[in-house]
Design a protein around this ligand. Structure first.
Ligand code: SF4
Ligand code: MG
Length: 340
């Protein structure tokens, strides 16, 4: 089956200028060679610590930036190289739900106008048709349509995120990047918003890139999970495989920091405590990006950046622990699994 979203070797580098003459002296490699597909109707979770490049990656895919390199196609159309008019025509297909509904909603506009804004820009609906569409969208996201003429500050955080979701849905998108959509919300309402996103996915056939630092939430919503570290994907695996048997040392470290609900399993699991700071994306280490913090680091890791490749069906990892000789034998010592 053709993937809806196809990302190949995506790069988003931001130039650094310094000195009196503001010469270009380097680049922050926020996204540095990211490759994945997302199937129609699928949710791909994109996880990692803050600053790893996951938000930049989501925005680059939607061409909110002019990307540095690589390719992105959505529904068979080349997003990465589209000109302004083409991009405008593609915009309805691909939308974004932002982390902070407070900051992303214009405080001077009523809810009805906020939700109708994309309709004004991209459609020629009559006034009455727009009102009907706004009401329909408010119903879909669980907002009372009697509140259509209120302003964002009159709503709770969870309701404001519903407004943001209604606006994202206005043009019948196929693909939505959800960038930490619940991170700014009270824990008590996070699940409600996640459930709403799941309901909408089922009823509208939506495809999501779900960006989050919250591994428990991603476990709940994602079909597959990509783990990002310092601008690169360390591991991409089906959800159950990733949580039961993480392959990349960084995935293992992240998961061992997540509280284990079952106390017996918690006692049995070997904890990996990450030491050291995340290196700057302006000055990543030579070789593997994780080599300065990896508990399994080997000599080769400091010299050669590992390829991101499929090591088992559907399981992709960038790590020399999975290198093999030409006849397929592992070159590194066997890797202890979580199960022991
Ligand atoms: Fe660790 Fe080496 Fe694998 Fe990088 S390539 S994650 S440093 S073992
Ligand atoms: Mg972010």
């Amino acid at each position: 089956r053709e993937p809806l979203v196809r990302v190949r070797d995506l790069k988003m580098h931001f130039p650094i200028h310094s000195g009196l003459l503001r010469r270009r002296t380097g680049a922050v490699k926020a996204v540095d060679g990211v490759t994945f597909d997302i199937s129609q109707g699928e949710t791909l979770g994109l996880v990692g610590e803050s600053g790893c490049g996951k938000s930049t990656c989501g925005r680059a895919i939607l061409r909110l930036y002019d990307i540095t390199g690589g390719s992105v196609t959505i529904a068979g159309r080349d997003v990465a190289h589209a000109g302004p008019n083409e991009l405008r025509r593609m915009r309805p297909t691909m939308q974004m739900v932002f982390q902070d509904p407070q900051a992303s909603l214009n405080p001077r506009m009523t809810v009805a106008r906020i939700i109708a804004e994309p309709l004004d820009e991209h459609t020629r609906l009559s006034r009455a048709e727009k009102t009907a569409r706004v009401h329909d969208l408010m119903d879909r996201v669980g907002l009372n349509r009697a509140f259509a003429n209120r302003y964002p500050h009159e709503f709770s955080g969870g309701q404001r995120q519903r407004i943001g979701i209604a606006r994202a849905l206005a043009l019948n998108p196929r693909f939505i990047v959800c960038d930490e959509p619940i991170a700014a919300l009270d824990v008590s309402i996070q699940a409600q918003v996640v459930n709403l996103l799941e309901e909408l996915q089922d009823s509208l056939g939506l495809t999501y890139l779900f960006i989050s630092h919250d591994l428990s939430m991603v476990r709940h919503i994602a079909d597959r999970v990509a783990v990002m570290y310092l601008g690169k994907i360390a591991e991409l695996s089906p959800r159950d495989d990733l949580y039961a048997d993480p392959l990349h040392p960084y995935t293992r470290a992240l998961l061992s920091a997540v509280p284990e609900p079952d106390p017996e399993a918690a006692a049995a699991s070997s904890r990996t405590i990450l030491t050291g700071d995340v290196p700057s994306p302006a000055n990543p280490p030579k070789g593997c990006n994780f080599c300065t913090r990896c508990p399994s680091v080997m000599d080769i890791c400091r010299r050669i950046d590992p390829d991101f490749r499929e090591v088992a069906p559907g399981r992709h990892v960038a790590c020399h622990l999975y290198d093999t000789t030409q006849d397929g034998r592992p070159t590194a010592a066997p890797i202890p699994t979580r199960q022991g």
